[in-house]
Design a binder for this molecule. Structure first.
Ligand code: SF4
Length: 351
């Protein structure tokens, strides 16, 4: 890859290319699994760049009854425990470790969204389920994207990946990088834990497809049902000396809940939600087709990052009102059209 090409592809664009590849070509552990791809999701302490959810296809179809918006932890508590017959919510739902009024609010929210039924009888809120919440998530795969690696980036990445492996919240952990010359940065290979897989992508000047990545190292499946280890602190130099590290155990129930919350967020957002924080209403904004929906800035002659493509961009130029009257619906011009296109593609994946 040339220096010019390296300059041209920011990490953000590399990440979108990885998402696009995963959506098209990811091979799930069970061949009949459906695949959902999302980006920038995780827990409060750790956000993964790319997430692949391998789903039970029937479960995914059944999940659609609950709408396209995610179910947060409170709503999940309601829909997963809502009884078949009318019951007082305090008898039907598990005792929370916070005040019942928050559960009551969640029951109202769930009823407002039409995902449970509720009524008031003798001064008591009762509920019953409309559909059984399905078991739709089979596996979760986390991919960390680091296109350009030097020794210090490899060190930081190795530390992060070791934490991911120890916690075992995802079934598999991968690192996606860009091929340097004929191979992968040797510093990465030396430092990464053996449980993490490594994918090497070719560079791309235009954001177009550049073929399949090379699997440099196959990952090991992590023990998701077991308690995980949360590494809190490690002595300088880290490495393999764990004697002075501080850690705590992560409960399997906590892990199961977090996995479902992450899957719910992935279901809602997919990976095309980047348009929500960029400026498709700028006259220079384009989506590169047919290779895939990678944003392109005609003014800069390259793919912009989500940070620079904002209202404060010096080259931002709102699409002229006239564009909105030449066959575009009254509620928006090409920018709105591009957002609708991304939404349609996101919906199609879920279905
Ligand atoms: S000019 Fe700026 S705001 Fe407009 S598309 Fe390019 S990066 Fe985005």
């Amino acid at each position: 890859m040339t220096e010019r090409a390296r300059e041209r592809e920011p990490e953000f664009t590399f990440e979108l290319r990885v998402c696009r590849w995963a959506e098209r070509a990811w091979e799930p552990a069970r061949a009949d699994s459906a695949v959902l791809v999302a980006r920038q999701l995780g827990t409060r302490d750790r956000r993964w760049d790319t997430i692949v959810i391998e789903c039970d296809p029937e479960g995914l179809e059944a999940r659609a009854c609950f709408g396209t918006e995610r179910l947060d932890s409170d709503l999940l508590g309601v829909v997963r425990n809502a009884p078949r017959e009318w019951s007082w919510y305090r008898e039907a739902l598990p005792e929370p470790d916070y005040p019942w009024r928050y559960v009551r609010e969640a029951v109202h929210r769930a009823a407002d969204r039409g995902i449970v039924e509720s009524r008031k009888r003798d001064g008591r809120i009762e509920l019953r389920r409309r559909w059984r919440y399905p078991d739709w998530v089979r596996r979760i795969v986390a991919i960390e994207n680091k296109p350009d690696l030097d020794a210090s980036a490899a060190r930081a990445l190795a530390d992060q990946t070791e934490r991911d492996v120890a916690l075992a919240l995802a079934d598999e952990v991968w690192v996606a990088t860009r091929r340097t010359g004929a191979s992968v940065e040797p510093a990465l290979l030396e430092r990464l834990p053996v449980e993490a897989g490594i994918l090497a992508f070719d560079g791309s000047e235009s954001g177009d497809e550049t073929g399949e990545p090379e699997v440099v190292w196959h990952p090991r499946s992590l023990a998701v049902p077991d308690p995980g280890t949360r590494i809190l602190d490690r002595p300088e130099g880290g490495g393999h000396d764990r004697s002075a590290a501080r850690f705590e155990y992560a409960d399997p129930d906590w892990k199961a809940e977090k996995r479902l919350e992450i899957a719910e967020r992935a279901y809602e957002r997919g990976w095309r939600s980047y348009a929500d924080t960029m400026r498709p209403d700028c006259r220079h904004f384009e989506l590169r087709e047919p290779a895939g929906p990678i944003p392109w800035c005609a003014a800069k002659g390259r793919s912009p990052t989500d940070r620079e493509c904002s209202g404060s961009c010096p080259a931002f130029s709102p699409e002229p009102p006239a564009w909105r009257t030449r066959g575009w619906p009254i509620d928006g011009g090409p920018g709105k059209g591009q957002k609708r296109l991304l939404d349609r593609q996101r919906r199609r994946r879920r279905e």
